[in-house]
Design a protein around this ligand. Structure first.
Ligand code: TYC
Length: 113
């Protein structure tokens, strides 16, 4: 018996016998965003460290490093996420800061490679 090696159903237009080669499914990575923390003169260092542990799950040492980098350079990256998650985390920082009456500010920025 001769066995024809026909393409899968999705690739064969049976009315014309034409083989339609579909594009490979494109698995696209979502655009990524940096969550930034901005320095100010009033938010207590320990509060910033606490927020970094709570929102980003960084350990105490890493949180202290990020906080000190922001304190001395003015701005720093807390983490990199897809846009909606970055927005949520940035918003959470501001909400926590406001609840404690600290002027701490966060913003997001698209990551360009
Ligand atoms: N500069 C603040 C202080 O001296 C500490 C601080 C660090 C505030 C990082 C905000 O994003 C910040 N108390």
């Amino acid at each position: 018996m001769i066995k024809l090696n026909l393409p899968e159903d999705s690739e064969l237009d049976r009315s014309s016998g034409t083989v339609v080669l579909e594009d490979e499914p494109q698995v696209k990575e979502p655009p990524m965003y940096q969550v930034l923390l901005l320095n100010d003169d009033y938010t207590p260092m320990e509060f910033v460290v606490y927020v970094l542990q709570y929102i980003f799950n960084h350990d105490h040492e890493k949180s202290t490093q990020i906080m000190m980098a922001v304190h001395s350079r003015g701005k720093g990256v807390c983490g990199i996420f897809p846009k909606e998650i970055a927005e949520m985390k940035s918003h959470e920082i501001i909400t926590m800061a406001q609840a404690h009456e600290h002027p701490l500010i966060s913003e997001i920025e698209p990551l360009t490679d």
